[in-house]
Design a protein around this ligand. Structure first.
Ligand SMILES: NC(=O)c1ccc[n+]([C@@H]2O[C@H](COP(=O)([O-])OP(=O)(O)OC[C@H]3O[C@@H](n4cnc5c(N)ncnc54)[C@H](O)[C@@H]3O)[C@@H](O)[C@H]2O)c1
Length: 380
């Protein structure tokens, strides 16, 4: 049994915990959250043996093999650093950490250590994203000609919407790009097996000030305008339009927004190839669109029968039983534990590693710099 500790049992922590319950050979022994009320129900339901409100205490007392870091972004570094010092495998939430120099320090600490690291860019391990990765490598697809990505949400559309991600001391200098743009950059790079090398970004902010109501947070909204609020100056972006160049000169574009009415979790990628095009939408995540020029377009449903050999292991349900957000998250976490079991420290991974997370942070930082200087910025 691989002994696991989870740190942070809020929105995403609960999803990791559920996913871990579906993976054999893995046992959650302890969970930390600094808010005790998030933990009690988990312990009552027998999810774990012990609970903590201080992650240092949990990491010092428990004999763990791996941890899941599901804390807010400003806590990622301290947790990840301590876990590396304790020689623990880590599956961390994105963005990897808040600051670039923190990410660099973690990468340096990992040098020479036999540890598996993962960053939860969970869309990568959707069956059909894996299928796109396989198809783009094949002769049938040909050379990628142009790529497009978008990630549109509406939960921060009104000036009464507020979340910790707007506090740059917690969420970091970037919001929309670090929070959702990062997913879009990561799956595009993964699908086409090419890294972004240069960016030209124009960011936007629709509200200079926002009202923070008590109790309003991620994906929730104020119930009455009569309630008291604090007015805050918004420092990070609501979205942006980004042109990019990839290794080898391929060009692409991304549109990112958290203020687009009706778009809930609208992540979409499109890859135009020499022979055909592929498009996948997160909100219809069990379908893959294949575009043709000289015959009718196709739509493939998620099922092991219809995908390439390399993608089959990510098929968990037969077609007609639509795979979704949770299945992709669980696939990534399962692949992380398979890598631990196989002691696969150096091979390519279907999930993002800390090195990938560091690179994506550089892309986001380059977008902020490009917007400020109004020039293309190379990724160093
Ligand atoms: N991969 C994804 O699709 C995805 C989706 C949502 C959030 N996230 C990421 O997950 C992280 C958490 O986001 P969330 O939406 O779950 O936030 P959240 O506020 O719902 O949950 C965070 C939890 O961490 C706890 N916490 C805070 N400080 C702590 C500390 N020092 N020690 C222990 N626990 C602590 C809080 O009490 C809370 O329960 C963020 O970095 C976010 O970017 C990723």
């Amino acid at each position: 049994m691989i002994k696991v500790g989870v740190i942070g049992a809020g929105f995403i922590g609960k999803q990791h915990i559920e996913a871990l319950g579906r993976i054999s050979g893995v046992k959650i022994v302890a969970i930390t959250d600094n808010n005790l009320s998030n933990l009690e129900v988990l312990q009552q339901n027998g999810v774990c043996e012990r609970i903590y409100t201080d992650f240092n205490e949990m990491l010092d007392k428990e004999e763990l093999d791996a941890i899941h870091n599901c804390t807010p972004t400003n806590v990622h570094f301290a947790v990840n650093k301590k876990a590396i010092q304790k020689n623990l495998h880590i599956y961390s939430e994105k963005p990897l950490v808040k600051e670039l120099d923190e990410a660099k320090e973690l990468i340096e600490m990992l040098d020479g250590k036999k540890l598996i690291t993962g960053v939860n860019f969970n869309y990568r391990t959707n069956l059909l994203v894996q299928e796109m990765h396989e198809v783009v490598k094949s002769e049938a697809f040909g050379r990628p000609l142009f790529v497009q990505g978008e990630y549109l949400q509406d939960w921060l559309m009104f000036d009464t919407d507020y979340d910790w991600r707007m506090d740059t001391t917690i969420g970091g200098a970037s919001r929309a790009l670090a929070d959702i743009g990062s997913h879009c950059f990561d799956i595009m790079e993964y699908v086409i097996s090419k890294k972004i090398t240069s960016v030209n970004a124009k960011l936007f902010k629709v509200h200079e000030k926002r009202k923070r109501y008590e109790g309003v947070g991620t994906f929730s909204q104020v119930s009455s305008a009569d309630e008291e609020y604090t007015e805050l100056i918004v420092q990070n972006e609501d979205g942006g339009v980004i042109q990019v160049e990839f290794e080898g000169g391929l060009i692409g574009s991304f549109v990112i927004s958290q203020v687009s009415a009706g778009k809930k979790n609208g992540l979409k990628i499109n890859i135009s190839g020499e022979k055909e095009a592929l498009e996948w939408k997160q909100e219809q995540s069990d379908r893959l669109w294949i575009g043709h020029r000289d015959k009718g377009n196709e739509e493939v449903f998620a099922d092991a029968k219809y995908v390439s050999q390399g993608a089959k292991k990510f098929a968990t349900l037969p077609n007609g039983h639509p795979v979704g957000w949770h299945d992709a998250l669980t696939n990534g976490i399962r692949a992380f534990y398979e890598a631990i079991e196989n002691k696969d420290y150096d091979g390519p991974k279907p999930f993002a590693t800390f090195a990938d997370g560091y690179h994506i942070m550089k892309v986001v930082a380059a977008c902020l710099e490009s917007d400020k200087k109004k020039v293309w910025i190379d990724i160093q």
